[in-house]
Design a protein around this ligand. Structure first.
Ligand code: CA
Length: 428
């Protein structure tokens, strides 16, 4: 049965431009406070507006008993809503879709209600949408893993023996997941720039971005009860853009033998609007062929890669506008999000509403699709040339990095908005 909420033939009574990231087929969730209140609540982005779900619920717009009882929208994070599960997410999404449709008079013709529950998006304050309990970062783009492996170990040993058998990942730091627009302080730390000299302390010289897409889990599993791969999609609430900022020199010195630590944990930027998994359904495509065939618990049916165009724009202090340095696509992931979640829980590890799982840097096959400065400048050997005449091997103070993403439909796009941040000078 086709899902009316992604049907391209429906439009909203609110005007939505063709290139808007937020048409009625998207309906992403976020946390905002309206101009006349400091109380954060759940909203849905539609065109240039935000729909206030907390007020709508208070007005009795949702007759679902769970939604009425648990008040998931009068919250300062999406976690409660995420905990309620897919049947409730679907019911809410269908109801919001109906309310915003051009052929539904209920909200369209009620100017008093419209006045209350619809805000201009540029007048509201946007907050971090999720109280992130745990953050896991995978390493699931083969192009990225091969590029980095080639740089440090040569093309023969680019992929470690485990890479094609399991989605490699590590436990990141949830406390430093920040909202798009928050600045990023260049981190200080210990590095060893000269192998023949002792390590030194100071600002990272090799600051980088990583172009990633993340998903949030909910309701999640209890401990000791893995999520079978066929059920994983019931626990994937939605997606956002992720910039997993990285200090390559700190990382390079510290990571043996336990993996990334302070080179990663200083900041991770996410986009504010969480795109529901249902909104990306029409953009599911086959992923890369997996050879060798994964073990049974990782064997997946159906198309679970997503055709989402991604780009990274860079603007230095000397530039008037940002310049695109990378064009990639979420479909380049070798391991699917379902395989990631099945693998994450197969040992009995529990996941909770609001856990963030990031893809790992999403690089494509071509040199202009590499998702980090490390790859774009090939370890600094070929600095990226910018229209201002400047070059960049890694990020410098004042550089603004903007991640963008959208899935292109026929006459509309399901967009992610942006995840951006500007590098501030170190204080060491
Ligand atoms: Ca990463």
């Amino acid at each position: 049965m086709s899902d009316p909420t992604t049907d391209p033939s429906f439009s909203s009574f609110l005007e939505v431009e063709e290139k808007s990231p937020f048409p009625i087929q998207n309906l992403p969730y976020g946390i905002f406070s309206p101009p006349d209140s400091s109380t954060p609540r759940v909203g849905v982005a539609i065109g240039e507006h935000v729909l206030d779900l907390a007020l709508l619920n208070a007005e009795g717009a949702f007759d679902h008993s769970v939604v009425a009882d648990k008040r998931p929208f009068a919250q300062s994070s999406l976690n409660t809503f995420m905990s309620l599960g897919k049947p409730v997410w679907s019911t809410v999404r269908e109801r919001v879709h109906t309310l915003l449709r051009a052929d539904t008079p209920e909200l369209r013709d009620d100017s008093g209600l419209r006045e209350k529950v619809l805000h201009d998006r540029d007048t509201v304050t946007i907050h971090l949408p999720v109280e992130v309990g745990d953050y896991t970062d995978f390493y699931s783009s083969e192009h990225h893993a091969r590029n980095v492996g080639t740089m440090f170990r040569g093309p023969e040993n680019a992929l470690k023996p485990n890479w094609k058998h399991l989605p490699v990942g590590y436990h990141g730091r949830a406390s430093s997941v920040i909202l798009s627009g928050d600045n990023v302080r260049r981190p200080c730390g210990q590095t060893r720039p000269d192998d023949d000299e002792p390590p030194v302390y100071g600002p990272t010289q090799l600051l980088d971005f990583e172009l990633e897409v993340g998903f949030f889990t909910g309701p999640g599993n209890t401990r000791e009860e893995p999520i079978p791969i066929e059920n994983t999609a019931d626990h994937i609430f939605g997606f956002c853009l992720v910039n997993d900022w990285s200090a390559r020199d700190i990382q390079g010195w510290e990571y043996v033998p336990l993996g990334p630590f302070l080179g990663k944990s200083f900041a991770t930027t996410i986009s504010p609007w969480i795109v529901p998994t249902a909104a990306l359904d029409p953009f599911r495509v086959p992923g890369p062929e997996q050879e060798p065939e994964p073990l049974d618990y990782l064997r997946d049916d159906g198309d679970w890669a997503f055709d989402v165009n991604l780009e990274v724009d860079l603007q230095t202090e000397g530039m008037d506008t940002a310049h695109t340095v990378c064009r990639s696509n979420f479909k380049h992931m070798y391991w699917t999000v379902r395989q990631q979640l099945a693998h994450h829980t197969v040992n009995g590890c529990n996941t909770k509403p609001g856990d963030l799982m990031a893809s790992g840097t999403i690089s494509g096959p071509t040199e202009d699709s590499y998702g980090s400065m490390l790859e774009l400048s090939w370890r600094g050997e070929n600095p990226v040339e910018l229209p201002s005449g400047e070059t960049r091997a890694f990020l410098e103070d004042g550089d603004r990095v903007i991640l963008k993403g959208h899935a292109q439909g026929d006459g509309y796009r399901v967009g992610f908005g942006t995840a951006e941040g500007t590098v501030r000078p170190a204080i060491c």
